[in-house]
Design a protein around this ligand. Structure first.
Ligand code: CO
Length: 453
C-alpha cells in the first residue's frame, strides 16, 4: 500500500534517457510457483498426506476447479500426517507446512562498507537473536504472501471481475494464516494487512472493489496487485504487476528494475532522498512503445515507499522514487516497504473515484461523536482492525450495514483516514513492484522476495 508524499521540494535528478528499451521481463505470467504447484498432478506417490489435501482442495474450490484432473485415489489415510504441500487454491495453513515456527527466510543481503562489521559483530547478533518472535511472525506473513500471490499469478485471467479476484486472494490469505477474521478480534491476530489493491491502467494505487463493483479485467489491461498480509501486526506489503499484451513489457521491466534498485541500495544510514535518486535514474533509463507511440517511463513522484510500524502501514519516513533533499536516514531495526511506480503519463497522481481504503489514525483525536452510527462503527473498527487499513468489503463481511454516513463522519472527525484511488493522466498506464525489507542488526532481509519477483 502506497504512501502519498508531499510534492514540490524534490530536486530534478539529471539523468539522460538511455533507452534501455529491450528489457525482457514479462515476468509475471510465467512466474514459477513453489509449494503451490506440488499438489496438482503429481501427488500419487505420497498418497497419505495428499488424500487429505485433495479433499480440502475440492471443498475449497467448490467446483470451480472443474478443469483440473481429479484423481481416483482410493487409498485412505490411516493416520494424519502433517501436510507437506499446498493445495490449489491455497488452503493449508503455513504454520502446518512449517511446524515449530520454522518459516523460510527471505533473501538475506549482507551490509557493505562501514556497516560490514555487523555481519559478525557479537552485540548485533545478540540483538538479532532476541528478536525471534518478530522474525518468525514476519516470515510467516511473507511465506503466506508468496504462496497466495504465486497462486494468483497463475489464476488471474482476463474475464474475471475484480471482486472475484480480490475475494480469491483474501480468502486464501485468511486460510493460510488460520484466521477467517469473522469473530470479533480475530482479524487483529493475523490476516489482511490492508485492502487488496487491484489497480487498472491509469489507476496507480488504492483501488479495491466495493460491493457491487462490476469491473471486469480485460486482455489489454495493466493490473497492479498490491497485497498486505499481517501476523501479530507485522505487515508484509508487496506488490506486482501483470499484463497480457507484450507491448507493456518494458513498462513492467522498468518498474521491476527500479524497485530492485531501491531494495539493493537501501540500508542502515542510507539517506532517503539519495535513495530516491537511484530509483529515478533506473526508472528513467527505460522507455516503452504502446500502440505505436514511444513513452519515457516516469517515476510517479507523489507516491512513495514508507516505513512500516506494528499494526500501522505508514510510519513517518517515506522513500521517494525521485531524488529529493530529504536527509533522513534509514536506521537499524527499521522495516521499509520499497515500492516504485512507473508511468507513461505525467508521473503525478491525483485523487479520483470512490473510496474503498480507510484506516483508523494512530494519532486519532478524542472526539465526542454525536452520531450513534459513527460511534458503533468506531467500536467495530477498533475491535476488528485497530489501526490496520480496511475497506468497505471488510466491513460488509463482519456484518456492518448502512455504515457510510457513520464512516464519513469518522473521516470528517479526523479519527479515520480515507485513502482515495490515486490516478495518473487519463489513458496512461502505470506499473508497480514492491518489497518489504527488514533492516536487521546483522543483515538486510528482503522478507517478501520470491522466485517470481
Ligand atoms: Co506500500
Amino acid at each position: 500500500m502506497a504512501a502519498k508524499s508531499p510534492v514540490g521540494h524534490s530536486k530534478t535528478f539529471d539523468v539522460k534517457s538511455s533507452g534501455k528499451a529491450n528489457g525482457s521481463a514479462h515476468g509475471n505470467g510465467t512466474a514459477k510457483s513453489g509449494a503451490a504447484e506440488d499438489s496438482g498432478e503429481d501427488s500419487n506417490d505420497d498418497a497419505d498426506g495428499h488424500v487429505v489435501i485433495e479433499a480440502t482442495a475440492t471443498a475449497v474450490a467448490g467446483g470451480e476447479g472443474g478443469s483440473k484432473k481429479k484423481k481416483k485415489n482410493k487409498k485412505k489415510s490411516k493416520k494424519k500426517k502433517a501436510p507437506t504441500a499446498q493445495t490449489d487454491p491455497p488452503s493449508v495453513p503455513i504454520s502446518k507446512l512449517f511446524p515449530n515456527d520454522n518459516y523460510p527466510k527471505g533473501e538475506e543481503v549482507e551490509y557493505v562498507d562501514e556497516n560490514r562489521f555487523r555481519t559478525t559483530n557479537e552485540e548485533k547478533r545478540h540483538l538479532d537473536n532476541i528478536n525471534s518472535d518478530f522474525l518468525s511472525d514476519y516470515r510467516q506473513a511473507a511465506e503466506t504472501h508468496r504462496q497466495v500471490r504465486q497462486w494468483a499469478q497463475k489464476n488471474i485471467k482476463p474475464g474475471q471481475t475484480l471482486i472475484e479476484i480480490a475475494n480469491n486472494i483474501e480468502d486464501s490469505v485468511r486460510r493460510l494464516v488460520g484466521h477467517d477474521g469473522l469473530s470479533e478480534g480475530d482479524a487483529l491476530l493475523a490476516g489482511m494487512g490492508f485492502p487488496t489493491g487491484l489497480n487498472l491502467d491509469d489507476i496507480a494505487a488504492h483501488y479495491s472493489p466495493n460491493a457491487g463493483d462490476k469491473t471486469v479485467l480485460r486482455e489489454n489491461n495493466v493490473i497492479k496487485v498490491d497485497i498486505g498480509v499481517h501476523v501479530n501486526g507485522r505487515i508484509v506489503d508487496s506488490a506486482f504487476t501483470m499484463a497480457w499484451d507484450p507491448m507493456y513489457d518494458n513498462l513492467l521491466a522498468a518498474v521491476k528494475d527500479a524497485t530492485n534498485t531501491g531494495v539493493r541500495e537501501a540500508g542502515i544510514d542510507v539517506r532517503l532522498g539519495e535513495l530516491g535518486g537511484y530509483i529515478q535514474e533506473t526508472m528513467e533509463s527505460y522507455e516503452c512503445e504502446i500502440n505505436g507511440v514511444t513513452y519515457p517511463i516516469k517515476p510517479i513522484r507523489n507516491i512513495a515507499g514508507h516505513n512500516i510500524m506494528p499494526y500501522s502501514i505508514h510510519g513517518t519516513k517515506s522513500v521517494p522514487s525521485v531524488a529529493t533533499n530529504d536527509v533522513t536516514k534509514m536506521e537499524e531495526g527499521d522495516v521499509f516497504a520499497i515500492e516504485t511506480f512507473g508511468s507513461t503519463g505525467n508521473g503525478r497522481c491525483y485523487n479520483e473515484g470512490d473510496v474503498s481504503h480507510y484506516a483508523m489514525r494512530t494519532d486519532a483525536p478524542k472526539v465526542d461523536l454525536r452520531l450513534s452510527s459513527a460511534k458503533s462503527l468506531l467500536t467495530a473498527i477498533k475491535k476488528n482492525f485497530g489501526t490496520i487499513p480496511f475497506c468497505r468489503r471488510y466491513l460488509d463481511r463482519i456484518g456492518q450495514e448502512k455504515y457510510l454516513l457513520g464512516l464519513n463522519n469518522l473521516v470528517k472527525s479526523g479519527i479515520v483516514e480515507d485513502y482515495p484511488p490515486l490516478v495518473d493522466k487519463k489513458g496512461s498506464y502505470s506499473a508497480q513492484f514492491e518489497h518489504t525489507i527488514l533492516l536487521r542488526p546483522t543483515v538486510k532481509e528482503v522478507i517478501s522476495r520470491g522466485e517470481d519477483y
